[in-house]
Design a protein around this ligand. Sequence first.
Ligand SMILES: Cc1cc2nc3c(=O)[nH]c(=O)nc-3n(C[C@H](O)[C@H](O)[C@H](O)COP(=O)(O)O)c2cc1C
Length: 324
Amino acid sequence: MKFYMAPMEGMTGYVFRNAYQKYYHDVDRYFTPFLCSVGLSHRELQDVLPEHNRDMDVVPQILTNRAEDFLKIARRMEQFGYERVNLNLGCPSGTVVSKGRGAGFLGMLPELENFLEKIFDQCPLRISIKTRIGVQDPGEWLRLQELYNRFPLDELIVHPRLQKDFYQKPVHLEVFAAVAEQSTAGVCYNGEIHSLHDFERFHAQFPQVDTVMLGRGIFKRPGLAGACSMFLQDEAAAENEQSREAFEILQDFLAELLCGYRREMGNEKHTLYKMKEVWTYLGQSIPDGARQVRQITKAKTIAEYKIAAREALRSWEEKCCLYN
Ligand SMILES: Cc1cc2nc3c(=O)[nH]c(=O)nc-3n(C[C@H](O)[C@H](O)[C@H](O)COP(=O)(O)O)c2cc1C
């Protein structure tokens, strides 16, 4: 089984990836948040520079509906030494969709077909696709699947929601069952695996799917990929995993993240913003953790943040298992 880290704009940039790779070694492949400027913005460039991505398998993700732009960015990635790129056909946000990009491109089949023909013909790198299953109706998937099957995809990563579902509506597992059966490319599943129980349920239903991409689940429980791998080897050990060591690793990981963001941002306010964002997800795993997270979000300085974070971790360690 392989585990991928999902691209999450503003969250899974190189600082997060490096801290994660240092303390958790269970993600096989990372995807950058989407790149959309042909010239690469400062943030995009920093995110893909080879020196910021050593000893990790990283795939740059591209968001565009213009084949020339996709190819220009891909060639730049080739110069940096990347072997593959990923096409974003999933972003549901209104501003992206209204320009016919991301999940919005799924509603423009002739244009999408034309685009895929050009990029698969001319791109020097392998191309994977991360896609939703349609815009408005699950019935749209059939034609999308037929289209994808015509191209030599590196892999097909499917988040089985429609564009209109955004991030909260239930995933369409009945459509994913069809994907798993009909895709001619290797399939990776993504969506709502936020705990070990979620993974157990998914694996029981789709034992043949050997690649899973984790997004918010990694923010709620950073050791989730490792717990899932352990579950596949020894179910009981994974269920009981709540060792002191696991909390120490989490503490060290958070300290590394703080250092990394401080270096990247060079500014206390922005660093705090980043750490608070991480804790809004982490805090969801602490039973009755709202008070602790409130304390963290109230912190005005890094010193205050550190005290509140230490208290939250201590309370978490007392109360619960890390992964379920
Ligand atoms: C804040 C945020 C930013 C995201 N940014 C991206 C992105 O840049 N590219 C992308 O393909 N998906 C993006 N996604 C979608 C995730 O990659 C993933 O598909 C989604 O969160 C569902 O998986 P999960 O339930 O494991 O989180 C984003 C999601 C969130 C919540």
